[in-house]
Design a protein around this ligand. Structure first.
Ligand code: C2G
Length: 129
């Protein structure tokens, strides 16, 4: 079974590891779409802290990850699912319902987010110290 998931994975943290490990448990091949710097600017209004090349390299280095690619647009989910022949799309439940439209292409699974950690909180803590 091929599993696909997406994210920015900026200032990589334990919440990212947890969802990637849980995603991998659903199949035997995990593909990760890492949001491009341009997509991040359009989504969040600021560039990521780590460049897309560094974020791709960090995610690719994890033993639970088999394949990475650059996610250029939120609107291309269906094309990516088809291109990579994914059986399951995994996202954290902050995205619950947002990708149900692709349930004709593959199974959609939302996992609970890891509580108490986020990239924006880390950035705030670092800025204030
Ligand atoms: N996540 C989590 N627990 C956290 C933080 C993040 O489970 N404490 C999950 C998110 O739900 C997401 C993944 O980790 O499934 C990546 O999170 P982000 O890097 O914040 O990704 P995001 O900016 O939401 O981009 O096409 C979708 C986007 O690319 C997702």
């Amino acid at each position: 079974m091929k599993v696909i998931t997406f994210g920015t994975f900026d200032v990589f943290h334990i919440g990212h590891v947890n969802i990637l490990e849980r995603a991998k448990e659903l199949g035997d091949h995990l593909i990760v779409g890492v949001s491009s710097d341009a997509l991040n600017i359009s989504k969040k209004g600021r560039p990521p802290i780590y460049s897309q090349d560094d974020r791709l390299k960090i995610v690719e280095s994890l033993h639970c990850v088999d394949e990475v690619f650059l996610e250029e647009s939120l609107e291309l989910k269906g094309e990516y699912i088809t291109q990579f022949n994914a059986d399951i799309l995994v996202m954290g439940d902050d995205w619950r319902g947002r990708f149900d439209q692709f349930s004709n292409l593959c199974k959609i699974q939302y996992f609970p987010r890891t509580e108490g950690i986020s990239t924006s909180e880390i950035i705030d803590v670092v800025r204030s110290t």
